[in-house]
Design a protein around this ligand. Structure first.
Ligand SMILES: Cc1ncc(COP(=O)(O)O)c(C=O)c1O
Length: 389
């Protein structure tokens, strides 16, 4: 096990290991179990057996929960079958009928859809706030939680989480953060005032584009309600996905460093392209979120957004369709590079570039390939874009 004073990279390697309980195996093996047997009735009645039923946990899920709780610096972690499910669970564990929820306008679109449909049906109203604005004037007497995502999905605005937490906590309002962009390695959500830290482990923690998994880590005051809601809803992540995530976690620090290195390289390269109106990457010194990012974050990742100058759909397709190393796919965080046109859904305007300059927005995920191959691929893509314009 890692000690609380160990540095994050050490915790990612050491936390949650149970080798002595598994014949010395370094990482906890994969347990597939629904039924778990009790030796006698007295043990069953005592409620003291560490594992009682597959949905309530196995050594594999316990290992991952413990490792994450240590990395997050929280009180308890629960695992969910997907990242979206973790976003929904966090909201459901604090909100009930008649409550009001504030959600960042830059939120991952399926989270917005959950709020506008299921949550609405159960009597919780949602307002979307501009991600970099002061939330204090927006809090209503029935506001129960503020949902943040920083940097925001597709548009990468950095939010002032400590300021949001101060304003929210002054009114007894909970702060929820989708921290998938940063993972606990690049942003310590709970130390910055977040009550429920949410992660789509599907992305960087899994890291290999082959699983869906989410988690929520709670601080002390929110742990009981989170654990009870998770258990009552019967949310159990699949054993194979839990094990793969535990395996991915061990190499997360090393992979993230390389994603950041290539991400920054591509961001700077894109900035110098005449076809690009603006690059959306908080680690760039002239990004509007750079000062906050530098203050609060320990690094960046491989996600780079960019706004093209106005150009035809045909020219964008010529760029994207011919790429060799960038797959077209709805994800990120894996070992491979990806590209995606961003469909931005907003309640408030998103002004990334002067309107006359604002063309289509694309998002790249920089994978672990040799960066020179990625740049050569994009260079050829921009030539196709020019030829098709
Ligand atoms: C920021 C963010 N949160 C949550 C999710 C949802 O994760 P999952 O696909 O595992 O439901 C995603 C997926 O793309 C995401 O980008």
């Amino acid at each position: 096990m890692a000690a609380d004073k160990d540095r994050p990279d050490t915790k990612a390697v050491a936390a949650g290991r149970m080798s002595e309980e598994h014949f010395g195996a370094v990482n906890t093996p994969l347990y597939r179990a629904s039924t778990i047997l009790f030796p006698d009735l007295a043990t069953l009645k005592s409620n003291k057996q560490p594992y009682t039923y597959g949905r309530r946990g196995t050594p594999t899920s316990r290992s991952l929960e413990q490792a994450i709780t240590q990395l997050e610096g929280g009180a308890r972690t629960v695992l969910t079958p997907s990242g979206l499910n973790a976003c929904a669970l966090a909201i459901l564990s604090v909100c009930g009928a008649g409550d009001h929820l504030l959600v960042s306008d830059s939120v991952y679109e399926p989270t917005r859809h959950f709020c506008d449909t299921v949550l609405k049906r159960y009597g919780v109203s949602t307002d979307y706030y501009p991600p970099t604005e002061d939330i204090a004037p927006l809090l209503k007497p029935n506001t129960r939680a503020v949902f943040c995502e920083s940097p925001g999905s597709l548009t990468f605005e950095v939010q002032d989480i400590p300021a949001i937490a101060r304003a929210a906590h002054a009114k007894n309002v909970s702060v929820l953060l989708d921290n998938t962009w940063a993972t606990p390695l690049l942003f310590s959500a709970i130390a910055h005032g977040v009550d429920l830290s949410i992660q789509a482990a599907t992305k960087y923690i899994g890291g290999h584009a082959d699983l869906n998994l989410g988690y929520v880590t709670a601080n002390d005051s929110h742990a009981a309600r989170l654990v009870a809601t998770h258990g009552t809803m019967g949310l159990a992540a699949g054993a194979d996905d839990v094990w793969l995530t535990l395996r991915g976690l061990r190499t997360l620090p090393t992979r993230l460093k390389r994603h950041q290195e290539t991400g920054l390289l591509l961001a700077n390269w894109l900035k110098a392209r005449p076809e690009v109106a603006r690059v959306l990457y908080p680690a760039l010194a002239d990004d509007p979120g750079h000062i906050l990012w530098k203050r609060d974050f320990k690094g960046a990742n491989g996600l780079v957004g960019f706004v093209l100058k106005p150009v035809s759909d045909k020219a964008v397709a010529a760029l994207v369709d011919g790429l060799k190393h960038f797959g077209i796919g709805y994800s990120w965080g894996g070992f491979e590079s990806l590209i995606l046109p961003a469909h931005i859904k907003r309640s408030h305007p998103f002004a990334a570039a002067p309107p006359a300059d604002m063309g289509p927005v694309l998002r790249i995920h920089a994978g672990l390939e040799d960066p020179s191959d990625l740049i050569a691929d994009l260079e050829a893509g921009f030539k196709r874009l020019k030829d098709a314009s």
